[in-house]
Design a protein around this ligand. Sequence first.
Ligand code: SAH
Ligand code: F3S
Length: 480
Amino acid sequence: MEKTIDESKQGNNLVLEHKEENSKKLFIESYGCSMNFSDSEIVASILSEQGFNTTTQLEDADLVLVNTCSIRDKAEQTVRKRLEKYNAVKRTNPKMKVGVLGCMAERLKSKFLEEEKIVDLVVGPDAYKDLPNLIAEVEDGRNAVNVILSKDETYGDISPVRLNSNGVTAFVSITRGCDNMCTFCVVPFTRGRERSRDPQSILEEINDLWAKGFKEITLLGQNVDSYLWYGGGLKKNFEKASELQKATAVNFAQLLDLCAIAQPKMRIRFSTSNPQDLTLDVVESMAKHHNICNHIHLPVQSGSNRILKAMNRLHTREEYFELIDNIKRIIPDCAISQDMIAGFPTETEEDHQDTISLMHYVKYNFGYMFTYSERPGTMAERKLDDDIPEATKKRRLAEIIEVQQEHSHLRTRERLGQTVEILIERESKKSKDQWSGRTPQNLVAVFPKENYKVGDLVNVKISDCTKATLIGTAVGYSQN
Ligand code: SAH
Ligand code: F3S
């Protein structure tokens, strides 16, 4: 997963599975986080049973679905622009139906139908199994809405249709929702309470992916470290679970063990970790299994204790440093990446300098950095003025990005002269004579193709680098 949340990522409208008997055409595209991309694969699977094959041609579609993101205002504006495009196409194909899925659907509910006349269907993230009924309503000429959030839906029983797949890497969702209530974040409102998926169904999906030739999976959740399976339902009800349920419960460190052992040659990644929930048993489990990649995406959002508190991030800057020190002690070669927010309400220059100095301490491999965007309904919106001028937010963000680029370059330069293990994922975007893949630490490397192929695990000797990419030559297959 290159980016946790990114509204510029889009258009996963490719298809792996095609049923001859299916006559209707579905055009589905996703915006935002990896979870949305993964959810679209579940939706494509549900609709494949309803006579729909996916198409890459918007103009041909009987049904257009857009899986939306609400994390920042800009993400929502991007979707509104896409709806304008669908509107233009609908003029030439009046029978085409348009549905909105995901976080914007959940946030705006039936208001969407009033605000955007093009929309026929509004479906929240926990209601995808109702799509067959909702589509039948729409085909009968009525609008349809289902935005009911669930306490136990995990889609664990659905085998996703892999969209836009390179056949090598895949997402496996392990939890849904989030209970953390960071004050800036809309996710707890749009994705509901946190629930974990049955480990058995996770293992089955991983085994199936291996059998189909996949070589790397990313376990997905808003907050993977709080994964807890004790038989289903909300995590907060664990207190009420029976003794047997408690004794046989599986936490995230144990889930990692199970996955790593079930497929010892499958590379395993996970995202996202919240520092307040990442425990050292997870890091120890990573250290135990060579197939769990040495990378932790560990968003901190701010380096200032005062701002962390206002964000309801339940750790201090000092505790974060202690966590980083422990990770580096247990896994010296572990890459760490971040998410940062510039210009949270009341942020002073001093708070901003705390963020910069925290970055200098950690020296992250990479990060996703944003200006604060006030989201309707969040605690920050209700209690705090969005009082940092846009120009100040942008200037602070630019400073944060500059420091990150310096550290990213430092992290790629560290690899010069080393031999690193690369899983080949695709052709390099810059040259058709080169492969592109990633190290376990999530550094991208490019090198001449020779006789290697996509899906091979190879050792690459690094001779050069840019800020974000390692450049080298393959020296043979990896024995791992
Ligand atoms: N746990 C989640 C985090 C979801 S939000 C995950 O799996 O990725 C992803 C990132 O978006 C956050 O870490 C934060 O840096 C950013 N973000 C969330 N709400 C935001 C807001 N209101 N304004 C700016 N950035 C925000
Ligand atoms: Fe959002 Fe915080 Fe959860 S950033 S997704 S409320 S961990």
